[in-house]
Design a protein around this ligand. Structure first.
Ligand code: HEC
Length: 183
C-alpha cells in the first residue's frame, strides 16, 4: 500500500466494505419468495367444497327448531331446566335486558317504555299468563305475539328457557305474597 495515493486507498476501502455488505445479504433464492407470499396464499372460495351432508335421522339441535304455532309450542315444548340459582340469575339478566323495557323488572307491565305502546302489557305475574304452560311462554319469547317482539335472534334456546324459569319464579313469589296477604 505504501506509495499509493490516499484517494486510491479510500476507494479501495469503500469497495471492500460494499463487497462485505453484499456477501452478508441472504441469497436471492431465500429472500425472494416472501415478496409474493401474501397473494399466493391458499384461497378458499365459497361453495368450492360441497356443504357437509346431514347424517340420516338427525335434526339440528341449535337454532333449527321446527316452526310451530303458540298453541303447539304450549303442548310440545317442555322446560328442560331446573330453577337453579345459576339459571335464575341468567334468566333475570336476560329478562331485565330484553323484557323489562316494556314489562318492567317486576313483570307488572310498568316498564319505562310501556306508556308509548298503543296497548301496554298486562302483568305477567297472574291471570292468564300464570296458567299458561312453560312452552307457551317459550313460544312467545321465540316467535313474539302481537306487540311482544320475537327474540329468536338475541336469545339462545337455553337463554329462552332461563327467562321462562325466572318468570315462573317471579310468578310463584307473587302468588306466595298474595296468599300471605290473605288475598
Ligand atoms: C316492545 C315492548 C315489549 C317487549 C320488549 C317485550 N314485550 Fe312481551 N308483551 C308486550 C305487549 C304490549 C304485550 C301484550 C300483548 C298485546 O296485547 O300486544 C306483551 C305480551 C307478552 C306475553 C303475554 C302473551 C299473551 O298471550 O297474552 C308474554 C308471555 C310476554 N309478553 C313475554 C315477554 C318476554 C318474556 C319478553 C322478553 C324476552 C317480552 N315479552 C318483551 C310488549 C313487549
Amino acid at each position: 500500500m505504501i506509495g499509493l495515493p490516499a484517494r486510491v486507498i479510500r476507494a479501495g476501502g469503500l469497495m471492500l466494505a460494499a463487497a462485505i455488505a453484499i456477501a452478508a445479504m441472504p441469497a436471492p433464492a431465500t429472500c425472494f419468495p416472501w415478496s409474493i407470499d401474501m397473494y399466493r396464499g391458499p384461497e378458499i372460495q365459497p361453495f368450492a367444497e360441497a356443504p357437509r351432508v346431514t347424517p340420516a335421522d338427525t335434526i339440528p339441535v341449535h337454532g333449527g327448531e321446527p316452526s310451530m304455532s303458540l298453541d303447539q309450542a304450549a303442548i310440545k315444548m317442555h322446560n328442560p331446566l331446573q330453577a337453579t340459582p345459576e339459571n335464575l340469575a341468567k334468566g333475570k339478566q336476560q329478562f331485565n335486558t330484553y323484557c323489562a323495557p316494556c314489562h318492567g323488572e317486576s313483570a307488572q307491565g310498568n316498564g319505562p317504555v310501556a306508556h308509548i305502546l298503543a296497548k301496554p302489557p298486562k302483568s305477567l305475574l297472574d291471570g292468564a299468563i300464570k296458567d299458561r304452560p312453560d312452552g307457551y311462554i317459550y313460544g312467545v319469547i321465540r316467535d313474539g305475539v302481537l306487540s311482544s317482539p320475537s327474540y329468536a335472534q338475541e336469545l339462545s334456546v337455553e337463554q329462552r328457557w332461563q327467562v321462562v324459569t325466572y318468570l315462573r319464579s317471579m310468578q310463584s313469589a307473587a302468588a306466595a305474597k298474595a296468599r300471605l296477604a290473605g288475598n
